[in-house]
Write a protein that binds this ligand. Structure first.
Ligand code: PGA
Length: 250
């Protein structure tokens, strides 16, 4: 049985006080969530606060990006070791916003995954197609290309203890969710693709769905055989919504 993971991606939102309030709310209700692991991926400046608030609660935390470099003259960058200094468990790599707005390509994302994993972080590796790509029927090609860049660099075994998030770009922040069947089809494709290389890795890897997941659609998405959790943007900024998604995991 794969552990269900409900991970919040706060993006560039919140303030010290709003995050304190949000986490107070999440902590108050987290005891009712039995089967899912909860995690929040916070903006860098708030990691110390998040660590302080979540330490010992069973709720995990992480960051939204990292550098491929260890240290040195890389102004504005944050290393894996720095994230570990704040006890981060997770780090998102290759979110579509980083790919499209900051020019992160498949090779860079693969490198970020490798660096994070080697440091002892659990990377959440985002893949997904744009609307244009879906309409041109190349969804599987795009997702396969994104995953192949990682396999080429690190081998398929690098995914055994990792997390993939399938996030159709057209569903992110748009209120348009992939239907459970649409999402399941891509998740099954990813798992089958990995199984071709290594059946044990395919069985173990957690594949999250992301893209306008909310309390109303979470149960149906999470009921699908190959959907092992969610990467939640907007709905993770409200404690009640985030908790409701956690509860929808069963
Ligand atoms: P959303 O974002 O839930 O607001 O669509 C998901 C994500 O970008 O990870």
């Amino acid at each position: 049985m794969r552990q269900v993971l409900i991970a919040g991606n706060w993006k560039m939102n919140g303030s010290r006080s709003s995050i304190r309030e949000l986490l107070d709310g999440v902590k108050a209700g987290a005891g009712e969530i039995k089967s899912a692991e909860l995690a929040v991926c916070a903006p860098f400046p708030y990691l110390a606060d998040v660590q302080e608030q979540l330490n010992g609660t069973g709720i995990s935390w992480g960051a939204q990006n990292l550098s491929t470099e260890e240290k040195g003259a890389f102004t504005g960058e944050v290393s894996a070791a720095m994230l570990l200094d704040f006890d981060c468990k997770y780090v998102i790599v290759g979110h579509s916003e980083r790919r499209s707005l900051y020019g992160e390509d498949d090779a860079l994302v693969a490198k970020k995954y490798a660096v994070a994993r080697k440091a002892g972080l659990k990377p959440i590796f985002c893949v997904g197609e744009t609307l244009e790509e879906r309409e041109s029927n190349v969804t599987e090609d795009v997702v396969a290309r994104q995953i192949d860049a990682l396999i080429a660099l690190e081998g398929v075994a690098a995914l055994a203890d990792g997390v993939i998030a399938y996030e159709p770009v057209w569903a992110i922040g748009t209120g348009k969710t992939a239907s459970p069947e649409q999402a399941q089809a891509v998740h099954a494709f990813i798992r089958a693709k990995l199984a071709n290389a290594d059946a044990a890795v395919a069985e173990k890897v957690q594949i999250l769905y992301g893209g306008s997941m909310n309390p109303a659609n979470a149960a149906d998405l999470l009921a699908m055989a190959d959907i092992d959790g969610g990467l939640i943007g907007g709905a993770s900024l409200k404690a009640d919504d985030f908790l409701a998604i956690g509860k929808a995991a069963g």
